[in-house]
Design a protein around this ligand. Sequence first.
Ligand SMILES: [Ca+2]
Length: 177
Amino acid sequence: MSRNRIRRPALVLAALTASLLLVLGVAPARAAVAEESAASQSCWFDTDTDTAQCFADTPTMNAAIEAQTGGQLVTDANARPAGGVLMIYTVARFYDGVNYGPASFIVTTTSATYCTSSHTLNFTPAWDDRASSYQSYLGCQTSVWVGYGGTGASTPFATNDPIMSGVSNVGSSYTIT
Ligand SMILES: [Ca+2]
């Protein structure tokens, strides 16, 4: 029994030391690497599967969307499948820069009537506090919010917004309707 009493403080100290090292050293280094690699990424949110994927750049992403779905990525609500090709509609595209470029966050659907109802979604981590302009398609209008879940200050609902005044680089969620 006396041995256990002696060992326990030593184990606690070891655990505390390990936690401290993790906090001071390992964790911040990993976070910094992840943030740097995410900074150039373009990301795709698929509303059909509620999943997000990120790619090196927008052309790579657009090609991957078509390769993975076997469909054709379009922005035109009137697009009609040719030869049975699945239409992957662009609902909205957010851009890292003002005036629509270059890295982007694309939201897609296979439903031509997606914007007959309102959808509020949070940006995925790589795009939190990052969007600086956006374009909407499929007859949709978009607003970007400073808070998660459509809260706080926001841009007015608009088809396109080239500067996102007051919300640029601080947007955490968006509503598409
Ligand atoms: Ca930005």
